[in-house]
Design a protein around this ligand. Structure first.
Ligand code: 48F
Length: 263
């Protein structure tokens, strides 16, 4: 049985287009496939919420695979080890409340579990803007990352969602796009992005869960984006907060789905 090159091309194009069309209208759209976005997506999809992630990079995982300064290990505190277990990620105890895992295994597991739960991840695509109607976020404006990198003037496409999540990490790029619009007031102490604080692991990990919430009608923040928006510290290569933040956002949104906020 021979292999035909054009048939291979058709298989890729047709299957990709089927996915893209299917995910143009979703319950939840997430920008960023780092640990927080992947975890949020996993718990959403596991609970029947139609979820898509747009990831600007070629690969998933954000800051996770790089571990700490390229030593490819991550540290996770006890409270988040139940998520490691659920994802099937091996870990070992270093000291009381400090657990260590392989950053490549962790990234792969989060990605695999999310996709297996029904999440569609589009890599190499970024959220370049947001759609707001009647003072509520209702979609993401997307484009190929390569378009921005090559400085080409190419108009984007738009997808519709019932809720969006900014999981873009330190950059909080989706909230930035919102903030720059006139008349927009964020649900923060200043009504604007407060800006990430300097390194303080304990405080950063403590505040990330309080910061995981709806920052504007229909838009939620998770992970490092939540701390950047609400002005609390960064925390370096400890990842428990990222996982717990992702799970918390999913829980908040799922409660909304069940109370028919989504209809
Ligand atoms: O940076 P990232 O890993 O964010 P996170 O999930 O986790 C933070 C930690 O990695 C680390 C830390 C641990 O304590 O502080 O920094 O909050 O993942 C963010 C992902 O979003 C992508 C980016 O490529 C990365 O994979 N991203 C950023 N901007 C966009 C985007 C965008 N506009 N559209 C799509 N993806």
């Amino acid at each position: 049985m021979g292999l035909d090159e054009v048939t291979i091309s058709k298989a890729i194009i047709e299957d990709f287009n089927k996915d893209l069309l299917n995910f143009l209208e979703v319950d939840v759209a997430i920008g960023g496939a780092g640990p927080a976005g992947l975890t949020a997506a996993f718990y959403l999809a596991k609970n029947g919420v139609k979820t898509v992630i747009f990831e600007r990079s070629l690969r998933t995982g954000g800051g996770m695979p790089g571990g700490g300064m390229m030593f490819n290990k991550i540290v996770v505190q006890k409270a988040a080890t139940e998520i490691l277990k659920e994802m099937g990620i091996n870990y070992s105890k270093y000291k009381e409340n400090y657990y260590v895992a392989d950053s490549i295994e962790a990234t792969s597991a989060l990605t695999y579990k999310a996709v297996q739960a029904g999440v569609k991840i589009f890599n190499l695509m970024e959220v370049e803007d947001i759609m707001i109607q009647r003072e509520k976020l209702c979609g993401f404006v997307i484009n190929w990352t390569a378009v921005r990198l090559s400085n080409l003037h190419v108009d984007p496409l738009t997808i519709r969602c019932k809720a969006g999540i900014d999981a873009t990490g330190h950059d909080c790029g989706i909230v930035k796009n919102l903030e720059k619009r006139s008349k927009i007031k964020l649900n923060t102490s200043t009504g604007k992005i407060v800006g990430e604080g300097a390194m303080w692991a304990e405080e950063g990990e403590k505040t990330i869960l309080e910061n995981t919430k709806e920052v504007y009608p229909g838009l939620y923040v998770v992970g490092m984006a939540a701390n950047a928006v609400y002005g609390t510290p960064r925390m370096g290569p400890i990842f428990g907060g990222m996982l717990l933040s992702g799970r918390k956002a999913a829980q908040i949104i799922i409660r909304g789905v069940r109370s028919s906020f989504f209809t």
